[in-house]
Write a protein that binds this ligand. Structure first.
Ligand code: NAP
Length: 267
């Protein structure tokens, strides 16, 4: 029988981390070997997530976990301030990153790509692991060819630390592959209240971020043309929506030594 994939979860006690712990433990070809989170350090992660011990004690440092365990792949759902450092640390310790944490900048992505190539290690970074969200981005890219005006509204829970979402940024990037500039026929605008028109991507797509309790992760891409509008919307109602994508990505980084940004590249 093939060896199981030894997986660690960073940010294990967070909203996404807990869902990943459950998902990994449910897979027959994977073994949870480490859980890292400054919250609940020293407790059994099984007790925290499922009220049932599983023998994996929560550690307070990813670096220590990588030194003390043999880890094939690390899934990271922490926060934008840590994601670059963590991804680098994982690769430097010859493990394979599966990164869901958003907030990586373009130059950081480039550096991580080079490091993963130097090391010959699979590395997957996905702003959105939900299959429906990936399709929404693909459909938006397709629509961009036909609509010269488009805006994005992304809606998340009010504990999300970065704005706009990684998904909104990635969507705008994909749409820009089809059209260099959007909204060129808009009139000159004055904002009576600063920020009313949202953030503006390089190609002129306005991105609006809504933060409200009750939401998980949602996005609408509205494309406009004279006399018509096309709205493409995706809703993640439960964090379980991200788990098939996370599991697929763990298997991908184990089987391939490439750098992947965006789940669309492996579907
Ligand atoms: P969250 O609930 O705040 O979870 C983050 C967890 O990381 C917290 O438990 C936090 O502990 C912990 N943490 C802080 N410092 C750490 C460290 N040094 N090492 C390990 N863990 C540490 O956030 P979330 O909702 O799960 O989201 C996490 C990230 O994933 C965000 O960037 C979010 O935008 C992103 N996300 C991505 C997707 C996707 O599909 N790619 C989907 C949903 C969310 P404390 O609370 O004690 O600080």
């Amino acid at each position: 029988m093939a060896d199981k994939i030894k997986v660690a979860v960073s940010g294990a006690c967070g909203k996404m981390g807990q869902a990943v712990i459950k998902a990994v433990r449910a897979e027959g070809d994977m073994e949870l070997v480490a859980a890292v989170d400054p919250a609940n350090t020293g407790k059994d992660i099984g007790e925290v997530v499922e009220n049932k011990s599983c023998g994996v004690i929560i550690g307070d440092s990813l670096e220590k976990a990588l030194r003390q365990n043999q880890i094939d792949a690390v899934v990271d759902f922490t926060n934008p301030d840590l994601v670059y450092k963590h991804t680098k640390l994982i690769l430097e310790n010859s493990s394979r990153p599966v990164i869901g944490t958003t907030g990586l900048k373009e130059n950081e992505l480039e550096e991580l790509k080079q490091l993963s190539q130097q090391k010959g290690l699979g590395c997957l970074i996905a702003p959105n692991f939900a299959l429906g969200a990936v399709l929404m981005m693909m459909f938006a890219q397709k629509a961009a060819k036909y609509f010269s005006n488009a805006e994005i509204i992304e809606l998340h829970h009010n504990k999300k630390k970065d704005a706009p979402s990684g998904t909104a940024i990635k969507t705008a990037e994909l749409m820009t592959l089809e059209r260099e500039k959007f909204g060129q026929d808009n009139c000159a605008e004055t904002e009576t209240l600063k920020g009313s028109r949202g953030g503006v991507s390089e190609s002129g797509i306005h991105i609006h971020s809504v933060r409200l309790p009750g939401f998980i992760a949602h996005q609408e891409v509205i494309c406009g043309a004279p006399g018509q509008a096309l709205t493409i919307r995706h809703d993640s109602f439960d964090r379980i929506s991200f788990m098939p994508g996370v599991i697929l990505s763990i298997r991908h980084v184990m089987a391939n030594n490439d750098f992947v940004y965006g789940l669309d590249n492996i579907l």
